[in-house]
Design a protein around this ligand. Structure first.
Ligand SMILES: Cc1cc2nc3c(=O)[nH]c(=O)nc-3n(C[C@H](O)[C@H](O)[C@H](O)COP(=O)(O)OP(=O)(O)OC[C@H]3O[C@@H](n4cnc5c(N)ncnc54)[C@H](O)[C@@H]3O)c2cc1C
Length: 397
């Protein structure tokens, strides 16, 4: 509380409670998104173009390793800083912003757990966006129940040999490094280890590009691992740490995806507000109908509440709070549901024009629908929250 009060006093020009630096990151991300993402987002969506160039440009601004340590080549910012940046990118293009967010998550997992020599080889390349990373947890038979995954890594001399299959991997086929969860021990979470696997290693076979409802500016593919050999120093952390690493990565990932929903919602709210000032029916501007004014008021209220929740959860992760995971789950559940609902209301305000591709609303809606499903479905977020409520005496404040 004290810190927040101090912020307001020290930075009277930042009425949102953001520091001057955070206001500057927001400005930089907004300028980049408006200049480099917004003009192309509809084309990338319609033609399934993966905008590698634009992502590299984002990397030049430090957006590809936002919360990776500076020593590992990253920007060394906080999770709150990152949330601010992802929201701005997503207001222009949720699909590309979400890919950048997944790359950030995988890059952080790699940089925080790789052995020094491996980190030196890949860290700066990943954090700068010159090389890209995918996060490989889900399998055809292991989605929400990720701890039941069956991909195996067995030790063979100085190597590990990986066999198995992953499903729904964002960026697969267009990225350079795969962060792969594989079983080195017995059943359950403790038998899982994490590996950094070069994406062109012999024995990796990429499946067909999935045809999706949204997120069309990034490829999604299954991956088969057929006797894929990596040196033993490609293990991240120790054997058996993989599930913990995956879940820790997902705390940040959930904040990132939640922030992408905030951005999509802000983009949709802005478009709806503009449209209500332009469109006339019954001899009046739409903005003069109180039913629509109330809709807009509810959308803004939902968005502000969701943003506060995401920022609170980000501060919890930044502070290393013991209950950060449950806060991230609550923020992800709330912000991704709110984001979809706000985009849907904005579409309704646009009438038939909201449904056609000439306007950006239907793309924002399609893109943010998947945020309710991945990085743990919103049902799984409720499982995490309920478990905390039933097993802990701590109040969530
Ligand atoms: C476009 C896209 C990109 C993705 N990118 C990645 C990626 O980069 N890396 C990666 O590893 N994965 C990725 N995923 C996978 C994603 O994380 C999973 O789809 C998600 O975790 C759900 O798993 P599932 O699809 O197998 O659904 P299931 O686990 O089969 O769930 C089906 C339904 O049952 C519900 N359910 C399951 N268990 C419970 C329970 N205990 N209580 C209540 N309800 C329950 C779920 O919420 C859901 O509604 C991506 C998915 C998509 C669609």
């Amino acid at each position: 509380m004290m810190a927040a009060v101090m912020d307001w006093q020290v930075h009277p020009a930042a009425p949102t409670g953001l520091s001057e630096e955070q206001a500057a990151y927001r400005e930089a991300a907004r300028d980049f998104a408006r200049a480099e993402l917004a003009p192309h987002a509809a084309h990338w969506d319609a033609h399934s173009v993966f905008p590698r160039e634009a992502i590299a440009q984002a990397g030049e601004l430090g957006f590809c390793g936002l919360y990776v340590d500076e020593a590992a080549g990253g920007s060394g910012l906080t999770r709150l800083d990152a949330a601010i940046v992802f929201e701005e990118l997503a207001a222009a293009d949720p699909s590309t912003a979400a890919f950048i967010s997944i790359h950030n998550m995988a890059t952080w997992m790699f940089a925080a757990h790789a052995a020094p020599a491996l980190r030196a080889r890949w860290g700066a390349e990943l954090a700068s966006g010159r090389k890209l990373a995918s996060y490989c947890l889900t399998e055809p038979g292991a989605g929400s129940d990720a701890a039941s995954l069956r991909t195996r890594a067995r030790r063979d001399g100085g190597d590990y040999v990986i066999d198995g299959a992953k499903a729904f991997i964002s960026g697969a086929g267009s990225t350079d490094l795969l962060v792969v969860m594989a079983r080195t021990g017995g059943d359950g979470a403790r038998g899982i280890s994490a590996f950094a696997v070069p994406a062109d290693a012999a024995g990796i076979v990429y499946g067909r590009k999935e045809e999706k409802m949204g997120w069309n500016s990034q490829p999604t593919r299954g991956i088969s691992f057929e006797g894929v050999r990596v040196p033993a120093d490609h293990l991240l952390g120790a054997e058996g740490d993989g599930f913990k690493i995956a879940m820790k990565g997902l705390d940040g990932g959930r904040l990132n995806i939640a922030s992408c929903s905030l951005g999509a919602a802000q983009g949709a709210l802005d478009a709806a507000r503009r449209y209500m000032g332009e469109r006339r029916q019954f001899g009046k501007k739409l903005a003069e109908f109180q039913a629509l004014q109330f809709k807009l008021a509810d959308m803004a209220t939902q968005l502000v509440a969701a943003r506060q929740m995401v920022h609170t959860a980000a501060r919890k992760v930044d502070a290393g709070a013991g209950d950060a995971t449950v806060w991230c789950a609550m923020a992800k559940r709330f912000a991704t549901d709110a984001g979809f609902s706000i985009c849907n209301e904005a579409l309704q305000i646009h009438g038939g024009y909201g449904y056609i591709r000439e306007y950006p609303i239907e793309r924002l809606l399609r893109d943010c629908r998947v945020h309710q499903i991945l990085e743990g479905t919103n049902e799984i977020m409720r499982v995490i929250i309920a478990r905390h409520l039933l097993n802990s005496e701590e109040e969530l404040r």
